[in-house]
Design a protein. Structure first.
Length: 141
C-alpha cells in the first residue's frame, strides 16, 4: 500500500546554490511565517514497500522531475537542521526539515517538507514521514 503527501524538496547542492542567490534567500526569509522554505521542486511524495518516489516539477522552469529511492539505497534519514539548512536563517524555526541521504551513483542528500493533501503548511507531516521512512529503511537493509 502506498502513502502519498504533497511535498516540496531540494537537493543539497540546490540549496547551497539558492542560498547564494539574493532573490531566493530574500523570498525564503519573508515567507517563513506563512509560506514555503527554500525549495527547487514541488509535487508528490509517495512511500510504498520498496521505497520513496518524488514526482513533480521544478518551481521556476516547470520542468518535470521524478526520482525513486529504493529503501536499500537509503543511508540515513534525519529530522532537523544541519549545516545546510539553519534553523533561524533558512527555515521556519518550528518545523524541522526531513533529510534523506542515499546512494545513487554518488551520495546524495535531499531535503523534504511534506503535508497532507489540501493542508496549508509544508512540513507538518515531517515527523510522521521520518518515523515511516526510518522503519522502512531499517527493515530493508
Amino acid at each position: 500500500m502506498s502513502t502519498t503527501y504533497e511535498a516540496i524538496w531540494a537537493f543539497r547542492e540546490d540549496l547551497q546554490a539558492m542560498k547564494e542567490s539574493f532573490r531566493e534567500e530574500f523570498e525564503a526569509h519573508i515567507s517563513q511565517r506563512l509560506g514555503t522554505p527554500l525549495r527547487r521542486y514541488e509535487g508528490q511524495l509517495s512511500i510504498d514497500d520498496e521505497g520513496v518516489s518524488l514526482i513533480g516539477k521544478s518551481k521556476d522552469a516547470q520542468e518535470e522531475f521524478s526520482l525513486f529511492v529504493p529503501f536499500k539505497a537509503v543511508l540515513d534519514v534525519y529530522l532537523g537542521w544541519d549545516d545546510v539548512l539553519n534553523r533561524w536563517k533558512d527555515t521556519r524555526a518550528l518545523i524541522k526539515p526531513l533529510r534523506i541521504n542515499f546512494k545513487a551513483q554518488e551520495k546524495k542528500s535531499i531535503y523534504i517538507y511534506g503535508k497532507k493533501a489540501g493542508a496549508k503548511i509544508y512540513g507538518r507531516e515531517n515527523k510522521a514521514l521520518y518515523e515511516k521512512l526510518t522503519i522502512k529503511a531499517k527493515g530493508n537493509q
